[in-house]
Design a binder for this molecule. Structure first.
Ligand SMILES: O=P(O)(O)OC[C@H]1O[C@H](OP(=O)(O)OP(=O)(O)O)[C@H](O)[C@@H]1O
Ligand SMILES: [Mg+2]
Length: 179
């Protein structure tokens, strides 16, 4: 598995210290509120677990599964809901937890759905962001690291469902997906 990685971009330690910072800021901003924190499966499952431990205000969690990349390194452009939320978002302060924003298609689709369900507020926290790849305008409220334009894996992110268990984020060797 490690042989397939071209370069490590951020180590486990760097990621954990960034999550601590994000958690502190979110705790300040949501003081006195009880947000519904939504994990976008599958990619955000590790970040979600680490982040909620660093948020000190009361909160509820829920999970939604969407997919648009499948077995490819390019978005299909079609966001499929595989599992919807259990909770109702009406009159809730919603915080969406994402692992990565790339084209922006997944989140712009989700934000639209949650606003139509009458959430009081909808904010986004992403651990990784590739702003140069955007095809729709979208700026996260909280962001961990900006990444270059290369396909990355690890810390929840996959290629063809592999590599999610790597504790760091790294660039996948092109020969792995171009062969
Ligand atoms: O900004 P975008 O171009 O839409 O890309 C970002 C989305 O793509 C990935 O999900 P994917 O569809 O691969 O599903 P997964 O989380 O199950 O891997 C990632 O976890 C984000 O949800
Ligand atoms: Mg994926």
């Amino acid at each position: 598995m490690l042989n397939d990685i071209k370069e490590i971009l951020y180590s486990e330690e760097e990621i954990q210290s960034k999550i601590e910072e994000l958690g502190k800021q979110i705790s300040v901003d949501y003081e006195g509120k009880n947000p519904l924190v939504i994990c976008v499966l599958k990619g955000a499952f590790i970040f979600m677990g680490d982040l909620v431990k660093r948020i000190s205000v009361p909160l509820e969690t829920d999970f939604m599964a969407v997919s648009s990349y499948g077995q490819s390194t390019k978005s299909s452009g079609v966001v499929k809901i595989i599992k919807d939320l259990d909770a109702t978002v009406e009159n809730r302060d919603v915080l969406i937890v994402e692992d990565i924003i790339d084209s922006g298609l997944t989140l712009s689709y989700l934000i639209d759905i949650l606003k139509r369900r009458n959430a009081t507020s909808v904010k986004i926290v992403t651990l990784f962001d590739k702003p140069v790849r955007r095809t729709v305008e979208l700026v996260p409220d909280y962001s961990g690291f900006e990444l270059p334009d290369s396909f990355v894996v690890g810390y929840g992110l996959d290629y063809a469902e592999q590599y999610r268990n790597l504790p760091f984020i790294g660039v996948l060797k092109e020969e792995v997906y171009s062969s």
